[in-house]
Write a protein that binds this ligand. Sequence first.
Ligand SMILES: NC(=O)C1=CN([C@@H]2O[C@H](COP(=O)(O)OP(=O)(O)OC[C@H]3O[C@@H](n4cnc5c(N)ncnc54)[C@H](OP(=O)(O)O)[C@@H]3O)[C@@H](O)[C@H]2O)C=CC1
Ligand SMILES: N[C@@H](CC=O)C(=O)O
Length: 404
Amino acid sequence: MSKKLTIGLFGFGVVGQGLHDIIRTKNLNIEIKKIAIKNPEKKRTLDASLFTTDRNEILNDPEINTVVELINDTEAAFEIVSRALSTGKNVVSASKKMIALHLQELLDLQREHGTSLLYEAAVCGSIPIIRNLEEYYDNELLHSISGIFNGSSNYILSKGFLEGLDYDAALKQAQDLGFAETDPTMDVGGYDAKFKLIIAAAHAYGVVIDPEKVINIGIQTLSAYDLQYAREKCLKIKLVPVAIELDDQHVALFVLPKFVKESEFLYNVEYEYNGVTVQAAFADQQFFFGKGAGGHPTGSAVLSDIAALRYDYAYEYKKAKLQNGLKFTNNIELNIYLRYEDEFLVQDLGFIHIYERYYSGDFKYVIGKINLQNLITHQQRISDNKAFVAFADQLTGVSLASAH
Ligand SMILES: NC(=O)C1=CN([C@@H]2O[C@H](COP(=O)(O)OP(=O)(O)OC[C@H]3O[C@@H](n4cnc5c(N)ncnc54)[C@H](OP(=O)(O)O)[C@@H]3O)[C@@H](O)[C@H]2O)C=CC1
Ligand SMILES: N[C@@H](CC=O)C(=O)O
């Protein structure tokens, strides 16, 4: 028998309203008792008595057994979620940045207080990847997980590549449609994709990684030259987070734009859609596809987590419990494309091998093998120079550096 959930909802923006729309159409044993928001002056579509700006009205209410946290303030989200978990309330959250930044603390709180935190909506919106990594791939060796994890940046890339819309206009549309983060640098800079990757890696590999240690290079410096290069080679450019197991001791994570071939699943993932490619030892390659942003798609994932709480579902963090000895490393080699102006940048990046070099007027690029650590060291310079970097290979070409 499923238990009745009495919910305190934090946030009534894109996702909060999306969730409410969905719940309204269902006859579930669920009651939203109170909704906490920030701005009491905003016009709401529901009765004013349902709203509060005082979080304690929810957190101190013994009748509320479930907190659903859908706000756009990372610090406040962590305070709310940790207080709820510590006081016997189960939580559903979509705040990927908050979860990625505080993952170990959130794991400890759940263990200490016997409460459950579910966050399917935080990773790739409507795609049920976390529960699949946790349950379905429980006993599988996963060589890699990669994909398109950010709807806004993919929307901008699709609008540019397929429709010729300029970057700023496409970003404005992604914001108006409710896809983008409050600070859109999170989307276009690859931070949002990185936070999602870190959460996914905890379930796929049992590793909890500090986001500061993982490189993220975004699409802000993409130019017409890079698009021209992609078109000439029949490729598309996508922002792709990668988690890859290199041997039985090492796992690497990175977020880079990637040249994608027509034969890859990600080639046809457009606009706000996301895609996750799982490369498993026995199941081989599998692909998940669905909307990664927007109120209703994300709300549907939140509702699935709420429904799971009616049966007391909690992540077991099965791979973390295995203590498989996997360690995170940036000491890997991979092939990149670098469009640049400054010759010294190429020199200082210390390419191990250059396969291709091109100069024509203002357009200069190299394709070659590099140690990821060198890319990290020079990341700020790459950005200051408005150079563009993309992963220019398949995952099978990524390897541990010879001396690690
Ligand atoms: N938009 C999307 O497609 C997706 C978003 N997410 C994540 O879901 C979360 C919510 O996103 P989204 O709905 O787009 O954001 P919005 O900006 O649309 O809404 C944010 C809501 O949070 C409320 N809020 C902010 N701070 C507080 C606070 N301290 N206490 C109570 N309420 C507060 C705001 O109140 P007020 O209404 O008064 O301003 C608003 O209702 C974010 O973490 C986001 O990263 C995850 C997947 C997809
Ligand atoms: N800003 C995010 C929203 C969903 O996570 C995105 O664009 O994917």
